[in-house]
Design a protein around this ligand. Structure first.
Ligand SMILES: Cc1cc2nc3c(=O)[nH]c(=O)nc-3n(C[C@H](O)[C@H](O)[C@H](O)COP(=O)(O)OP(=O)(O)OC[C@H]3O[C@@H](n4cnc5c(N)ncnc54)[C@H](O)[C@@H]3O)c2cc1C
Length: 454
């Protein structure tokens, strides 16, 4: 097993990465809709120090919460008590190139992981839209990308180590403590503080991205073939139109059609961020302009094809701030759900400025994964930051709850334990593991109390 030792004194296993800025007690998430002030910010530099901090907090009746990079929209990472940041818990990186297994500190950001893997000729099998999350944060909420052959990122975890609510250090995998493994891979930060994660990677690969506008009806008519016929298929529906933008990413042998630097900047930075931000601001100021802007956007998007390193194709910068709700649904109900969503959007007293993102994942065996034992279609709805969203999100949630919808743990939702229990067949087993691992609820916050019970 090759090993990348941490350079002495450096916090990052990548060595070249500059140290993270030290944050104060005030915390806010990326979207700016969650804020908190901690009584103390802890940055342990060893697992023992972390375990001590948990024991001290538990014995003093305090609460302690690990945060990642604050990219959840829910209050899942909020704490008004002790906040733990894992930036100093660097730990060694272990790479097993033959088995394609990589063990990394849990607080590593996905973008740092991607650089590290590329250096070893490896890659994550699939990724979400961005790479700014920490690994622990991403897996704790069931973060996912798209692709009928791929579960959420937690399905790539083969082992993890965590510090429980009694300060015990536990290691789990499919062979070693399978029950804890089934619970902790999507643990909502409620079972312990994850210190180390082993990921099953794949050989580095190139993706060919194809993006094109299409009528929604044509895409729905062709849906099974589009899902099965592409490694990664998704589409965006533009409210007030019958148009979508289709995106497919497929593995190809050669990176022979890279996006020219200017086109990449123009599409992904200028159009997707700068122009889109301007359109959102205009729509927020003059809501009557939203439907024509949506129609123009749907028509203005052109087709493009390019190749690139997998993580660079999967992930793009997101600078326009928004609020979001996302639901995992049984795949068969997608057309009905989209039709109902049309009616919700048309009936709202305000306008919806963001396209609706539709993605697909494979079933998995993780107890609180949205994809637990079912083929999923994900529907993600958004609003520009500062624009009204609650009636929209609540109306959508009422619909999808009926169809067995499971809310993304990191994205806004209004469900509680009583309403979530029927959606997750192993919900009570998860709660039982939590009772054993965190009997004094040192990791609890308002969010875990709502979704898991006190
Ligand atoms: C612009 C944007 C794009 C996004 N794109 C996608 C996407 O494509 N697909 C998708 O599924 N989601 C997406 N998300 C949601 C995001 O992936 C999740 O909310 C993810 O959890 C954020 O990770 P984080 O590191 O910011 O964690 P945080 O939000 O800081 O924390 C999330 C949870 O993880 C816990 N946690 C953090 N570190 C640890 C640890 N060491 N041990 C135990 N628990 C820990 C926290 O306590 C909290 O419960 C997106 C979010 C944004 C803002």
């Amino acid at each position: 097993m090759a090993s990348t030792p941490s350079p002495s004194g450096a916090v990052s296993p990548l060595g070249a990465t500059p140290p993270k800025p030290v944050s104060g007690p005030d915390w806010r998430n990326w979207a700016g809709n969650q804020r908190a002030t901690a009584t103390a910010v802890l940055r342990p530099s060893s697992v023992e120090e972390l375990a001590d901090a948990v024991r001290v907090a538990a014995s003093g009746g305090h609460r302690i919460k690990a945060v990642g990079s604050g990219h959840s929209f829910t209050d899942i990472a909020r704490t008004d008590d002790r906040r733990v940041e894992l930036t100093n818990l660097a730990g060694p990186v272990r790479v097993d190139p033959e088995r394609r297994l990589v063990t990394v500190p849990a607080g590593l950001e996905v973008c740092e992981l991607n650089v590290l893997l590329a250096r070893h000729g490896l890659a994550m099998p699939n990724l979400g839209d961005i790479d700014a999350q920490t690994i622990a944060g991403a897996i704790s909420t069931g973060t996912h990308g798209t692709g009928a052959g791929y579960g959420c990122l937690s399905t790539f975890v083969t082992a993890l180590t965590l510090v429980t609510g009694t300060g015990e250090v536990r290691h789990c995998s499919a062979e070693n403590d399978p029950e804890l493994f089934a619970a902790a891979r999507v643990g909502l930060g409620a079972l312990g503080i994850i210190t180390e994660v082993t990921l099953r990677c794949v050989d580095a690969f190139v993706l060919r991205a194809d993006e094109r506008p299409a009528p929604l009806a044509a895409v729905l008519a062709d849906l099974p073939d589009l899902i099965a016929g592409n490694d990664h298929f998704e589409f965006y529906w533009f409210p007030y139109t019958d148009r979508v933008q289709v995106k497919t990413n497929n593995r190809v042998p050669a990176d022979d059609r890279p996006l020219p630097r200017f086109r990449g900047w123009f599409d992904d930075e200028f159009l997707a961020n700068t122009v889109f931000a301007g359109a959102c601001r205009l729509g927020r100021a003059v809501p009557a302009l939203v439907p024509p802007i949506s129609a123009i956007s749907a028509r203005a998007l052109t087709a493009r094809t390019y190749t690139g390193r997998s993580d660079r194709v999967f992930c793009t910068p997101r600078r326009v701030r928004f609020t979001e709700m996302e639901y995992g649904l049984p795949r068969a109900v997608l057309p009905e759900a989209l039709a109902a969503l049309h009616r919700v959007v048309d009936g709202l007293p305000f306008k919806v400025q963001f396209p609706v993102e539709v993605r697909f994942t494979a079933p998995d065996d993780i107890w609180l994964s949205h994809g637990y034992q079912r083929e999923s279609a994900y529907l993600a709805i958004h609003q520009y930051v500062g624009a009204p969203y609650e009636p929209y999100f609540r109306a959508f949630e009422r619909l999808v709850t009926e169809w067995g919808g499971r809310p993304h743990w990191g994205k806004l939702h209004y469900r509680d334990a009583g309403s979530l229990r029927p959606a997750y067949p192993r919900f009570d087993e998860f709660v039982a593991v939590r009772d054993r691992l965190d009997p004094s609820r040192v990791f609890a916050n308002a969010y875990t109390e709502r979704v898991l019970g006190a």
